[in-house]
Design a protein around this ligand. Sequence first.
Ligand SMILES: Cc1cc2nc3c(=O)[nH]c(=O)nc-3n(C[C@H](O)[C@H](O)[C@H](O)COP(=O)(O)OP(=O)(O)OC[C@H]3O[C@@H](n4cnc5c(N)ncnc54)[C@H](O)[C@@H]3O)c2cc1C
Length: 384
Amino acid sequence: MYDVAVVGAGPSGGYSAYLMAKQGLRVLLCDRAAFPREKTCGGGISQKTVDLLEFDISSVVERRLRGAWLTYRNRDTVVKDLGSRSGVAVLRSRFDGLIIGKAQEAGAEFRPSCSFESARREGDTVELTTSGGTFRAKYLIGADGVFSRVRSSLFGRDVVTYAPAVEAWIYVPHSVIDGYEDRVLFDFGGMPGGYGWIFPKADHLNVGVFSIFGSADINADLRRFIGMYASLAKHDAIEFRGYAIPIGNRKDWYQEGNVWLIGDAAGFAESFYGEGIYFGLRSAVVAAAAMRETFDRPRERVYPEMLKKELVTDLRYSGLNARLFFSFQKFGFYRMVRRTYVNRLFAGLISGEVGHRECFYKTLATLPYWLTAGGTLERSSSEF
Ligand SMILES: Cc1cc2nc3c(=O)[nH]c(=O)nc-3n(C[C@H](O)[C@H](O)[C@H](O)COP(=O)(O)OP(=O)(O)OC[C@H]3O[C@@H](n4cnc5c(N)ncnc54)[C@H](O)[C@@H]3O)c2cc1C
């Protein structure tokens, strides 16, 4: 019998297990995978994410970033540096492993290779059936990702909307990786209705595409994007991976009595950059705070109320920002990305200085200014 059973040991589940074990709760953390495991993910960790975590992650940092190359189909590139506010690049196997280790140190019991199969609610407890046996807990936290089985078995099948995102790990000579000068590349014409990215890691480049509008053939979109970059042509090896990013919870349904959803399982990634780790961790923080308040009263709805205030509104605005910007991507790049004023707002989304709501209203309110003036970022002659 546990106080809390957390299903899924990605960043959301691992961090929620850490926070709840620190409160003195008896926590089970289980995951169907054998660890260490990789997760399809760019591994871009924004500085606001680094700031949010209670512990240091420098032991798993592959590359400390200093800014971004912003481009349109590898042309007319501009540079945006954020210095120490840029964030870092990690491998998910090591990043997730670090968080799980912290949860174990705080007292959580971790069971890898333990797949959630079903759950039955009985009064104020939940009985979980897994490939590793049956467990009982006072609370069940569903942190099992975008295709959450906890969600589909206890909330329904059509709660979360998601969009496909694919990536390739491209092993190129070190001189090519160094050519990116510790900057991430965002290509705002690299994917129809979305963007393409190139994240430099220690021994490879993580190259991917994403659009909230989806795609008829996203693998072909990725190949087309890779084809725009001469520097990617001479690779030693290339590995393709595909998955999905959640872009909304259609029903605002995060709690079913003592079963709560967090992270991708709840639909918590933002729609503009597809950033999910930060919002997953934020939902873990909110869940831990709500748990502290309502542990003995599982029927209370403090958790969804806190989510609405802390997270959900901002995520809705990320959808508006993405729809507006990516419906007019060429205009967006030449008139917005390259204008220093608007750029500061969109870069602030990554550093954490600006929220999506603020970005939306400030962009609209200053439209006459940045359409006519507003300055442009430093132009670069670089082509990759
Ligand atoms: C191509 C791509 C690139 C991305 N790039 C970035 C990026 O650069 N930065 C960023 O912030 N976000 C990025 N994201 C989004 C990010 O990966 C997710 O938002 C993030 O992983 C969510 O964390 P989570 O812990 O909620 O879920 P996950 O990381 O998906 O973890 C869920 C865990 O649940 C486990 N699980 C699943 N089913 C079961 C089951 N039945 N029983 C037990 N365990 C189960 C899985 O094994 C997994 O370990 C990207 C996503 C994609 C697809």
